[in-house]
Design a protein around this ligand. Structure first.
Ligand code: ASP
Length: 592
């Protein structure tokens, strides 16, 4: 037997047992001719005492060892209450080096004390993952998927795999494509999500599907985004919005209860998209603090101040809003200038402000430009208090709301208003069906999202107003996932494609198989997907989703460990048929 016990599992009850352990040298200390080794295996760490200097002398950090010895109580005063094995130690009889370790690129154990460049961590990921923090994250992730599977199978959902080599599934990103050697000039697309397949499974009568599934989206690089990521993907026939929300809540409740000992209050509150935009300027509001936006468009409808009402403004799309920074009235010139700089880095021209003195007097350059009555009522209208600062944004509604939403979050951070211990979940429901693009309309969710009852017969008349049966689950300002009740009537689906500017021909080319399936008695159905990486990062309190993925890519999409992506040889290129001309016209991938 290579070992008899797990090192980290030894306790006082094992005292006087003979044990054979295996593991890595986490730390070594020498004391009067005796070496103390922290031996680490997957279960934890135990102290090993080596009296034989000759046996001890070659041992270095991260050597892999086999130790035979006896468990004994640590001498009085040497116990370590911070360690589960801290009452005992193992006195070694023999120490066998199973394998040596080269000089380490970074200290594995003292990681916290020696920050290491992430590129280097990823290059030596197998060493990085030896760190207990990282092991803990991967264990937590395994617990997350185990609990999810328990909840889903308790509700009779079937875990069904869907293809990775397939054709385009529109989720608004670009496809990763794979050449097909045996059909030169033809390409698979990796799925942006299993959306179309899970809907086909509903047509197939499976009724309840789920999958913990990898998705692939070729999007522009952003710090905390991975080109491949995992989601809990669910689809359900004969359900309504309440069913999907309730099931998702059960998953969340179990996760928070079992992994964090936190009770999530259900039902999780719901907020319409319109309310979220009005109160927070964003569709994923952070409800851990107040500072809600105040609409000042009507208040400044007659203002002499040109910034708040330039000639020609006053259209439906013009918006002036405010957000109050508590205690911000005493900010120094330098701080106020820094806010302007900050606003510019967010693509704005600047950030108008009014300072409210302790005596209620208004200060700052904007105040002078307002009318007497505007000045008189401003504090009351915005809810500011003496000593506060009122920030304003004016412009196209979406731009101004976006700036105020970011300002609100910045205020929350700078004024320490965010209680990090709070978990504020909210459902954002009834998002619009479509949003305008330069040359038409695009789906806010995806083209298979159903319009709500009020709009189902007339969404094409006012696409910008039409509301959907979509829902997003938001936690502390982060979108965890989302889904919708789907369209199951081919005529409604066709009308959505019409709004999106897809001709019947194009729709047939891309989704003909789905439309055809819908001719065979499709059930009403709906579903949701929850991003697993983000969920785990929040549960693990990790800084980045990369810390809960075993082998993530860097922010620029590379893997320093394997060197991927790599060039391919001319022969591989030929063989894969990359440059072959397609023998028929292919429907392009969509981004709708
Ligand atoms: N397919 C969607 C996504 O991946 C989720 C859903 O609508 O169920 O975001």
């Amino acid at each position: 037997m290579i070992r008899t016990h797990d090192a980290g599992a030894l306790r006082a009850a094992d005292i006087d047992s003979s044990v054979t352990l295996t593991g890595w040298v986490a730390r070594r200390r020498d004391h009067g001719g005796v070496a103390f080794i922290d031996l680490r295996d997957a279960s934890g760490v135990v102290q090993v005492v080596i009296r034989d200097e000759e046996a001890a002398s070659p041992l270095r950090s991260e050597y892999c060892l086999r130790v035979v010895g006896d468990v004994r109580r640590r001498p009085e005063g040497n116990e370590n209450p911070n360690l589960p094995t801290g009452e005992i130690e193992v006195v070694a009889d023999t120490v066998e080096i199973l394998s040596a370790a080269a000089a380490l690129p970074f200290p594995v154990e003292e990681y916290e004390a020696t920050p290491v460049n992430e590129e280097v961590r990823l290059r030596y990921r197998y060493l990085d993952l030896r760190r207990p923090e990282m092991t803990r994250n991967l264990r937590l992730r395994a617990d997350v998927t185990r609990i999810i599977r328990e909840v889903m199978s308790a509700h009779d959902f079937l875990d069904i795999e869907t293809p990775y080599l397939t054709r385009s599934t529109p989720e608004g990103a670009r496809d990763f494509v794979v050449p097909v050697r045996l059909q030169p000039g033809k390409w698979y697309a990796l799925p942006q999500s299993p959306q179309l397949f899970k809907q086909l499974l509903m047509v197939a009568g499976l009724e309840r599907y789920y999958q913990i599934v990898r998705c692939f989206r070729d999007e522009d690089f952003r710090a905390d985004r991975q080109p491949e990521f995992t989601q809990l993907d669910i689809e359900w026939s004969f359900c309504d919005v309440d069913d999907v929300l309730d099931l998702t809540e059960q998953v969340l409740v179990r996760l928070w209860r079992e992994l964090l000992d936190v009770e999530v209050t259900t039902p999780i509150p719901r907020m319409t998209y319109a309310e979220a935009m009005r109160r927070f300027g964003i569709d994923r509001p952070d409800l851990r603090f107040g500072c809600e936006l105040v609409d000042c468009t009507a208040y400044f409808a007659q203002t002499p101040f040109r910034v708040f009402l330039p000639p020609g403004a006053g259209s439906d799309d013009w918006y002036v809003g405010a957000v109050v920074m508590p205690g911000g009235g005493s900010q120094a010139r330098r701080e106020l200038d820094a806010w302007q700089e900050w606003a510019r880095s967010h693509g704005a021209k600047g950030l108008a402000y009014v300072l409210v003195g302790d005596d209620g007097e208004l200060g700052g350059p904007v105040a002078k430009n307002l009318s007497d009555s505007e000045r008189a009522g401003l504090v009351e209208h915005t809810g500011a208090k003496p000593g506060d600062c009122i920030f304003f944004a004016a412009g196209r509604r979406s731009d101004a709301l976006g700036l105020l939403a970011a300002t609100r979050l910045e205020i929350g951070a700078r004024c320490n208003l965010i209680d990090e211990a709070r978990w504020e979940f909210v459902w954002v429901v009834e998002a619009p069906m479509f949003e305008a693009t330069d040359d038409g309309w695009t789906s806010v969710h995806h083209p298979f999202t159903a319009p709500n009852d009020e709009w189902v017969d007339r969404f094409e008349k006012q696409p910008g107003e039409a509301l959907s049966r979509a829902y997003d689950i938001v936690l502390n300002g982060t979108e965890l996932g989302g889904g919708s009740i789907r369209i199951h009537r081919p005529d409604v689906q066709q009308r959505v494609f019409d709004v999106l500017g897809l001709t019947e021909e194009q729709a047939k080319g891309q989704f003909g198989f789905l439309l055809e399936a819908f001719e065979y008695g499709p059930p009403p159905h709906g579903g949701i997907a929850i991003g697993l990486d983000r969920l785990c990062a929040l549960l693990a309190d990790a800084d980045s989703i990369r810390d809960v993925i075993a082998f993530p890519k860097t922010a620029s999409g590379g893997d320093p460990l394997t060197g991927a992506p790599t060039p391919i040889t001319a022969a591989q290129r030929r063989e894969a048929g990359i440059d072959a001309k397609p023998d028929e016209s292919r429907a392009d991938s969509t981004s709708m």
